[in-house]
Design a protein around this ligand. Structure first.
Ligand code: BYC
Length: 474
């Protein structure tokens, strides 16, 4: 169970280590001041029907109640330790999992934890303004739930930094509160976390596509030989699942509403669809193209010596590492990556160790394809002849082998000029953003009401009805 009487709720027996406890209690007000500054705008007095972790056991860790977000009990929760756990891959395979940081891997590990930690506050910053234009109380509550949990994920990484990395760890923890998404002088570390999330369609796309990168990266880190990182990530993953649910159902409900209106009014061209106050499927496809491609970049270069080192040293594994049937060392294995040669995309076998970013990206793409197929079913069920497609993985890439090339969504290698001529068909235009935002100019706050551009969900939160007061404004 988690001890909620402590100033910092935790299940790591924080009270036993006074120095660590004091260091974290010192960081806590800085965190809160960041929340007041960069958390959801004007929301501090709202009472939100939030889920809070009460135990890390799989059954019944969640408790629902009204909470003012600055009073949310952010804390430190690790999955229980398995005494028999081993390092399951790389050159240390078979050793007992490390309870302390191996000295020679300290800086590599710190860098992974900092990169992971940096994404969490970044996403809260990106979503800061969205509460001002919510489509319903249900959706408002969901974005706030996502935001407080991202805040908790930051706590998770900050705990590791403070507990295992001494002074540099404390400095990194402060820097995590100093960088800002999109800031020119002190931006967040990874590209996608500096992109704006200007509207709710972008938010749902982000939680579907980018939070799922979170899932795959956390799964790879949950395999880590450094046991505290593994145990932290395992608990974070239980929270991540809800974020992806919010994204998938959010986009699905927007598609559903558009299809209903198209059918009811027998229209299919985007201008007529927009005239009815819903988001045309072509715009949804362009948003999809954008969020998918910037998220693919988050996996890093196709061929990466960093990724090889992370694996060989036992710090970061593959997706479901222990379920894979091979030597878990990858001494002789190879893996295909793609390169642009002339005007062709060609496959090339490279040592599998160096292609681990690409492999994780491919695992991710498989899951994305399933989700997009579920959205397609909504369109098919409505009998509308429109196909949502995932663009080629080389489309609109800024990191890796495709960076600097102009690849069409179909995977054709184009000249810069030819690509730019089509850009407005493939990626959201300023007009698209302006239109989507014009639909979201105010908040829908009457219980049970939903904005015209989105269908209600199938069910409420925690078996509550759809017209439940998910947020109380004070
Ligand atoms: N943008 O060998 P390379 C989440 C840098 S999301 C900017 O290709 P590596 C969440 C790279 O740092 C999950 N820079 O990459 C979701 C390196 O820099 P240096 C977050 C980039 O190291 C939603 C250089 O390029 N967790 O949790 O193999 C809401 C060449 O590096 C980018 C993690 O990412 C980029 N996209 O792999 C909330 C896990 N990509 O050395 C939360 C931890 C690469 O030249 N991170 N670079 O200065 C990692 O495992 C690795 O850092 C990466 C990159 C997979 C990200």
């Amino acid at each position: 169970m988690i001890n909620y009487t402590d100033k910092i709720p935790n299940n790591v027996d924080l009270g036993r280590d006074r120095v660590l406890q004091r260091a974290l209690e010192h960081w806590q007000p800085a965190y809160l001041s960041w929340w007041y500054d960069m958390g959801p705008t004007d929301s501090n007095a709202y009472e939100v029907y939030l889920r809070t972790a009460i135990s890390v056991e799989p059954d019944g860790w969640a408790q629902f109640d009204y909470v003012r977000m600055p009073e949310y009990r952010w804390g430190i929760f690790l999955q229980p330790r398995d005494e028999k756990r081993q390092v399951n891959f790389g050159v240390h395979k078979g050793q007992a999992a490390w309870q302390d940081v191996p000295g020679e891997y300290r800086s590599m590990l710190r860098r992974i934890i900092v990169t992971q930690g940096d994404t969490e506050p970044a996403s809260v910053e990106q979503q800061k303004m969205l509460g001002m234009s919510c489509p319903s109380l249900y959706d408002l509550r969901n974005i706030f739930q996502v935001n407080v949990e991202e805040g908790r994920h930051l706590w998770a990484m900050v705990y590791l930094l403070h507990r295992y990395f001494g002074r540099d760890g404390r400095e990194e923890a402060e820097a995590l509160l100093a960088r800002r998404s999109g800031d020119t002088d002190n931006p967040r570390i990874l590209g996608a976390f500096n992109e704006p999330t200007p509207d709710w369609l972008a938010f749902y796309m982000f939680t579907f596509f980018t939070d799922r990168d979170g899932k795959f990266q956390l799964c790879a880190l949950a395999e880590s030989g450094f046991d505290p990182l593994s145990r932290t990530c395992r608990f974070m993953l239980t929270e991540e699942a809800h974020h992806m649910f919010v994204g998938e159902t959010g986009v699905g409900r927007i598609i559903q509403r558009t299809c209903e209106v198209m059918k009811e009014h027998k229209v299919d061209d985007p201008v007529s669809v927009r005239a009815l106050g819903v988001i045309d499927l072509q715009t949804i496809q362009r948003y999809l193209n954008f969020h998918y491609s910037v998220t693919l970049d988050l996996y890093g270069s196709d061929v990466s010596s960093n990724a090889a080192n992370y694996f060989t040293t036992g710090l970061k594994g593959r997706f479901r590492e222990t379920k894979l049937e091979d030597d878990h060392v990858l001494r002789d294995a190879s893996y295909p990556v793609y390169e642009v040669i002339g005007n062709k995309i060609v496959a090339k076998q490279v040592p599998a160790l160096t292609a681990l970013n690409e492999r994780l990206r491919d695992d991710y793409i498989g899951e994305i394809e399933d989700g997009v197929a579920r959205w397609q079913r909504v369109i098919d069920t409505a009998g509308i002849p429109f196909r949502l497609t995932l663009p080629h993985k080389g489309f609109h890439r800024a990191i890796g082998n495709f960076a600097g090339h102009y690849i069409s969504p179909d995977g054709e290698v184009l000249t810069e000029e030819a690509w730019k001529n089509h850009e407005a068909q493939w990626l959201p235009t300023p007009q698209d953003y302006a239109y989507v935002q014009s639909l979201m100019s105010g908040c829908v706050v009457e219980p049970g009401k939903f904005a015209n551009w989105i269908a209600p969900p199938v069910r409420g939160i925690n078996n509550q009805p759809l017209n439940f007061q998910y947020v109380r404004f004070n």
